[in-house]
Design a protein around this ligand. Sequence first.
Ligand code: KMH
Ligand code: ZN
Length: 276
Amino acid sequence: MTSTLLTVAPTGAETAKSDAPALPVTIDELVRTAKDCEQLGASVIHVHIRDDDAQPTLDLARLKDTVGALRAATDLIVQVSSGGAVTDSEEDRLRVLESDPDAASCSMGTVNFGRDVFLNRWEFIVELHTRMQERQVVPEYEIFDLGQLATLARLLDKHDLPYGGHVHCDFVMGVPGGMPGNAHALVAAVQALPAGSTFAATGVGRTSLPVMLAALSAGGHLRVGMEDTLTYARGEPVRDNAQLVARAAGLARIAQRPPMPVAEARALLGVKDRRC
Ligand code: KMH
Ligand code: ZN
């Protein structure tokens, strides 16, 4: 029986703490969330951090402390966001790799992001991919739209496989400006994946459940969390990240693909063991 790799994306850069009080924004809140979600079956945590005013930041010292705290408290694969917020500079986004994470996101192209633009130039993508190879950090290729899979194919062709030797993508679906969050788009994306790669999917907002069900039925893995989803059901705000992980783990079990143990996830992705 194959299993399902569950990633929790607990915070993101877009939601205000005042709009979602359960959003983990301090290191303590992140660690508590990570422990709860690990217990429920998550094996990867996708990390965005906030400053003392709960605003998104890429402050390196704070990020290092966060990575260290998560590593000390859990066995989760610590994946830092190199996407940050749409306002972050390329220089700051590259610097996150200096926090010594196990993994980092690596977005495969520019996309309209609601009223904003999430900018990912080809040269920046190459720089990020190359620095991850040098630092032995496993990338997760973030795919917001179908054409970004063509960029991924070109990247691998011209700049080789990532550290760890395995290609793993995350389809971030339903972003206003990107591919829609439905089964048709998911199947099209799966068909355009590089041979031998694996994928997870997450549906933003109300596309969360359709994308989760489609991903499970297509043999994919799952990302859930308050970065992407703030409403559990119509008119019902998400209680916390654990609630979303518990639902994903339950659906994965129903699909006969239970949550993947962390050790198996580390082996699948080729993560270097940085735990002491
Ligand atoms: N916050 C978005 C603009 C990533 O983490 O790599 C980008 C994002 C992707 O969340
Ligand atoms: Zn993110």
